[in-house]
Each structure stands twice: as C-alpha cells, then as structure tokens.
Design a protein around this ligand. Structure first.
Ligand SMILES: Nc1ncnc2c1ncn2[C@@H]1O[C@H](COP(=O)(O)OP(=O)(O)OP(=O)(O)O)[C@@H](O)[C@H]1O
Ligand SMILES: [Mg+2]
Length: 248
C-alpha cells in the first residue's frame, strides 16, 4: 500500500529509490506537491527531516516554498526550512545536484537524526539508459542513501530505460503512460501496462502503484487539491504588506 511514509520516508531495509512515471499533464506534480505538503506537516517525519525538490522544469511546487536557484542558497535554506524548492538552470543543474547530494551525506554523517527526501523532476535530464550514464552522486544516493535515512524520488514523463535504477527501486507510481512504454514495462516486470492504463483512463488524475518487492499493483483516487494551498515555507515579504507604506 502506498502512503506518505512509504512514498517519502526512508526505510533502512529497503531500496532508497522510488520512480514516478506518467506523460505530461497526468498529475505527477500535483500528486507530489500535495503529498509533500501533507508529509511536511506530519509527525511521521522527524523534526530534522527535509524535503528537497530539484525541479529543472521550474513548474508546480512554488506553492510549497519560494524557489531558490542555486545549490548554495538551497543548502543554506535547508538549515531551517523543512521544504526547499530548487529551480536550477539547465547548464548548472548537474553540478548543483552533486553539491546538494554531497551536502545531504555530510549532514547525515554527523547528525543521526537527520533524514531527507530528494525529489528529482524530469530525471532523464540526468540519467541515461546505461548504468555508466548515471552521475556518481545519484548512484551514491541510491546505494548508500538508505543507511543514512536518505530517499530519492525519480520523476519522469517516460518510463526510465535504465535497468540499474530498477535494481535500486522500491516501487513505481504510475500515472497515464506513453504507449511505447507498455512493452518495456511488460518485458521488464511482466507488468500489463495496457491494462493498468485502461483502468487509469477511467478516472482522470488517478494513479497506480507497483510494489517492486511484493510485485503487487494497487490503484488510487486522484489527490484532492486543497482549497487553500498553504505554503510550508512562507515567502519572506508578501506584496500586500508593502502595498501601503507608512509615512516617513
Ligand atoms: N488530482 C488532481 N485534481 C485536479 N486537477 C489536477 C489533479 N492533478 C492534476 N490536475 C490538473 O492538471 C494539471 C497538470 O497536472 P501536473 O502538473 O501534475 O502534471 P504532470 O504530470 O506533472 O505533467 P508534466 O509532466 O508536464 O510536468 C494541473 O495543473 C492541474 O490543473
Ligand atoms: Mg510535472
């Protein structure tokens, strides 16, 4: 069963990666954004847990926290903020990602109460199809993360074709899939993606979860978007407070 603890939490006995697929506009970001909003307020995650969203698409998580644009500011923010949204520019993104991951390991190394969830949007920007085409920092996160309380969510529009990430993954959350992906999912997991997709097509923004440990598929209703998407980290100064100015 999928819940926010199993989606974002670290389990020291299970692989550190989770994968999220679905073609554009099928609800991945809404699902993750609202799930982070809930998790960030939940007692299930320790006071020192951090949620870091690394989003090259710069789209959809701004209601959680005002975005920052480089790794240095992200690392600074992590000291106090429970949720950090990073909008890296595409050129520097790989370096920023390396720096953030190495920071997570550093903090986890000296503070055993620290834990973190790193969400990497559009991860095919960083991960190619062979094991050799995965940055060492992502490999490190996948293989050594769990013993340090670090989890990584790989989000992509298409199913990742990288077999190595599969061996490090706990589960796949699927939104509506691209047709060519169904054969691959069948060959790799024996998953009948056409059948799953047919079921998802009946309920817009619904999703399925495939547990790679017990090989079970479960289905979920669409996430409810709250009427008021209250930020976890408030923007510093609201434009409303600056609208009326005091006389000198
Ligand atoms: N659970 C939902 N309830 C209502 N509307 C939703 C829901 N999920 C998504 N939507 C609507 O669909 C739009 C697209 O969803 P979302 O941004 O989550 O897609 P995505 O899968 O992340 O797409 P992309 O791959 O392009 O980033 C949202 O802006 C929202 O308007
Ligand atoms: Mg999205």
């Amino acid at each position: 069963m999928l819940d926010i603890e199993s989606l974002f939490g670290s389990d020291r006995t299970k692989p550190a990666c989770r994968q999220i697929y679905g073609i554009s506009g099928t609800g991945k970001t809404v699902f993750l954004c609202e799930s982070v909003r809930k998790a960030a307020r939940s007692k299930s995650f320790g006071g020192k847990h951090r949620f870091i969203i690394f989003d090259v698409k710069a789209d959809g998580y701004q209601t959680l926290a005002p975005p920052v644009f480089d790794s240095e500011t992200a690392i600074e923010k992590m000291q106090n903020d429970r949720v950090v949204v990073v909008h890296p520019d595409i050129i520097n993104a790989p370096t920023f990602l390396d720096e953030i991951i190495s920071h997570l390991f550093e903090v986890a190394g000296y503070d055993s109460e620290f834990s973190a969830t790193l969400i990497i949007e559009e991860c095919s920007t960083f991960i190619g199809s062979s094991s050799g085409s995965i940055p060492p920092s992502i490999k490190r996160m996948a293989t050594q993360g769990r013993s340090k309380g670090l989890t990584m969510l790989l989000v992509n529009q298409r199913a990742l074709t990288n077999k190595w990430t599969d061996s490090q993954s706990q589960g796949i959350t699927m939104f509506r899939l691209a047709k060519p992906d169904s054969k691959m999912l069948y060959d790799r997991w024996g998953l009948n993606a056409d059948e799953i997709d047919a079921k998802l097509s009946q309920n817009k923004f619904s999703f399925a979860h495939y547990d790679l440990e017990d090989l079970s598929v479960s289905y979920y209703d669409p996430i409810q978007i709250p009427d008021l998407r209250v930020p976890i980290v408030m923007p510093k100064k609201s434009r409303f407070t600056r609208f009326f100015k005091f006389l000198d």
